[in-house]
Design a binder for this molecule. Structure first.
Ligand code: GDP
Ligand code: MN
Length: 387
């Protein structure tokens, strides 16, 4: 999961690196206030999760708060490389003398973290790598030893650097490595890491990419607000651990198994119907356990599907392995009661299928064993309500 520049810089400063003074702004007024507070010329930086913002016009300079406000007004709400700008980072302008690149990632071949340092920062590092790979110094890190400041100093010396800067680079690399480890990052980059006219070493940019599989250890960072175009419904589903895909027909499809759900969508289309959405809830649902927990889970799933107003028919398809048919049936009935009464076609097979079907029958719903028959029935219903 990618972090915003301002989040990355907060981390960097916790780990002892210097960052420019700055404030986040979400409106032109806030941008002006931030500039006034910082005093002097500022940089207005679009907070989007894509690289190359500078080249694309997402990083601008302002000499007065009024100018910062004007620039903010032109940036906020517009798209930068396909991503809507919702926030800006207003920072003091630095008097830059030199621009370096400092980064950490995992070397896939060595299976170790690798520190990279280049005196050619401020530009696309892939470009430097293609043009003159010798300009990027690399150091593989033994995780048992970590990255002590002297190792970073040695790399800097190897890259032709000398003087006070060596000490600062050593400290910056060591701090960056600590942050990289503690946050389970797969990328931690500072480009540019600048030397200012007064000789300070300051992180002018930051890029952190955290390992998605380790996000449970970093609950302070959520995906909320990071997924371009995510709808409220998709957000709710994501928070529940449910895979939710919005389509444009009128049949709401839910059940277990991503492959089975895709097959279900395909079958519906083959018989002339259109899916409104598809919901795969089996994987996350396995954690709901059995009994009331399981019934509540399927209730929630059905409510989620039906909260899409396009859904006129529910097509539920379960191949019961991890889930008990009787509990799933009770959950479906509860979900339909708790949301809105739409015609439903239920295909239920696997564990306790007979018990499940009996429960459904009793509540007035028909259920199927054959997927093809169920799909045809769902399409027929959808055409009836649609006409
Ligand atoms: P990116 O293009 O998304 O990587 O965004 P950056 O944060 O790297 O900004 C782009 C460029 O703007 C940097 O490479 C710098 O050269 C320049 N820049 C950023 N902050 C400052 C600053 O405070 N002062 C000056 N003079 N230039 C800056
Ligand atoms: Mn950059």
């Amino acid at each position: 999961m990618r972090l915003f520049e301002f989040e990355g810089k907060q981390i960097l400063s916790r780990y002892g690196l210097r960052t420019p003074r700055g404030k986040v702004a979400a409106t032109p007024e806030e941008a002006a206030a931030a500039a006034r507070e910082l005093g002097g010329p500022v940089v207005v930086k679009s907070q989007v999760l894509v690289g190359g913002r500078g080249k694309a016009g997402g990083v601008k300079f302002a000499s007065t708060p009024e100018e910062a406000k004007e620039i903010a007004a032109t940036l906020l709400g517009t798209a930068l490389k396909g991503e809507t700008i919702k926030q800006l980072l207003i920072e003091e302008q630095l008097k830059i003398k030199e621009e370096y690149y400092l980064g950490l990632t995992i070397d896939p071949i060595a299976g170790q973290p690798v520190l990279m340092l280049s005196p050619e920062g401020g530009v696309d590092i892939e470009e430097v790598n293609a043009r003159s790979p010798e300009k990027i110094g690399r150091l593989l890190i033994d995780v048992r030893e970590g990255l002590p400041p002297y190792a970073g100093r040695q790399l800097a010396r190897r890259m032709g650097m000398a003087g006070k800067i060596l000490v600062d680079i050593g400290m910056a690399a060591a701090g960056l490595y600590q942050a990289f480890r503690h946050l389970d990052a797969i990328i931690a980059e500072i480009n540019p890491l600048v030397v200012t006219e007064d000789g300070s070493l300051i992180a002018a940019d930051s890029k952190f990419d955290l390992d998605d599989d380790a996000m449970y250890r970093h609950r302070e960072y959520s995906l909320d607000g990071r997924i371009e175009g995510e709808t409220e419904l998709e957000k709710r589903a994501r928070r529940l651990g449910i895979k939710y895909v919005e389509l444009d027909g009128n049949i709401g499809i839910a059940g277990n198994g991503a492959g089975l759900m895709m097959t279900t969508v395909d079958l519906v289309e083959r018989f002339g119907g259109r899916a409104a959405n598809f919901v795969e809830a089996g994987g996350a649902g396995a954690q709901a356990g059995s009994g009331e927990g399981a019934i509540n889970w399927w209730d929630t799933v059905i409510q989620l599907v039906l909260s899409n107003p396009k859904v006129e028919v529910l097509f539920f398809n379960l191949l019961g392995g991890n889930h008990r048919g009787d509990e799933v049936a009770q959950g479906i009935i509860r979900g339909l009661k708790n949301s809105r009464p739409v015609p439903a076609v239920i295909r239920l097979s696997g564990t306790r299928q007979e018990e499940g079907r009996a429960i459904l029958r009793e509540a007035g719903y028909s259920s199927y064993d054959s997927l093809e028959e169920a799909a045809q029935a769902a399409v027929k219903l959808a055409q009836e309500v649609g006409s």
